[in-house]
Write a protein that binds this ligand. Structure first.
Ligand code: AMP
Length: 209
């Protein structure tokens, strides 16, 4: 099954995509993770992407489309995949239609107020990428999974968060209508707690946990 996870930053796309990928045994393709890795490794793509990401802007379509096209051609995608964070613009969705067939689009719906709280309180592990919310950490600054340091992503800082939400509403939200028109969209309440959300997504996909 080829699935897209759509939704604003902070809606839980990454966390839920990971759970659903585990349940369905398919890879999670996170364009944000791919770009952050490229930045860390200092590749040409990483250098190109950095200023956009730090400002909360989208990297140019032509950069990200080629990355996804190459990734989806790999063997592990033959049995299906979840795209987490792609497409984010209508031109990206149109390009995707030329090299992939999508079966379902899951839209995670969460109100802006809750998103600002989630993103500005988010902390991530520098090593394994596990995410936490500051309200659950009780002052702890290391990762439960690997013991490394937890940091705030540059683009989770308050001023950038507001910009990312604006970018979502302006450039990505039109994809809701795009996929509704194709009869692929399944809207899920992303504020019903983690486990309930996972169950609702599996139900919507007609899959079992
Ligand atoms: P994410 O981790 O999905 O929130 O992505 C972090 C940042 O990476 C975004 O704010 C964008 O700057 C960039 N990015 C990730 N995916 C895309 C995409 N499909 N198109 C353009 N920029 C992207």
């Amino acid at each position: 099954m080829n699935i897209i996870f759509l939704g604003p930053p902070g809606a839980g796309k990454g966390t839920q995509a990971q759970k659903i990928c585990d349940a369905l045994n398919i890879p999670q393709i996170s364009t944000g993770d791919i770009l952050r890795r490229a930045m860390k490794e200092g590749t040409e793509t990483g250098k190109k992407a950095k200023s956009f990401i730090d400002a909360g802007q989208l990297v140019p379509d032509e950069v990200i489309i080629d990355i996804v096209k190459e990734r989806l051609a790999m063997d592990d995608c033959k049995q299906g995949y979840i795209l987490d964070g792609f497409p984010r613009t209508v031109p990206q969705a149109e390009a995707l239609d030329t090299f992939a067939t999508i079966d379902s689009v899951i839209e995670l719906d969460v109100k802006d107020e809750e998103l600002v709280n989630r993103l500005s309180g988010r902390r991530v592990c520098v090593k394994c990428g596990a995410t936490y919310h500051i309200s659950m950490l009780n002052g702890k600054i290391t990762c439960d999974k690997c013991g490394e340091e937890l940091i705030q992503r540059n683009d989770d800082k308050a001023e950038t968060v507001l910009n990312r939400l604006k970018v979502y509403h302006d450039q990505t939200a039109p994809l809701i209508g795009y996929y509704e028109g194709k009869g692929l969209l399944k809207k899920i309440d992303g504020a019903q707690g983690m486990d309930n959300t996972t169950r609702a997504i599996l139900d919507a996909l007609g899959a079992k946990a």
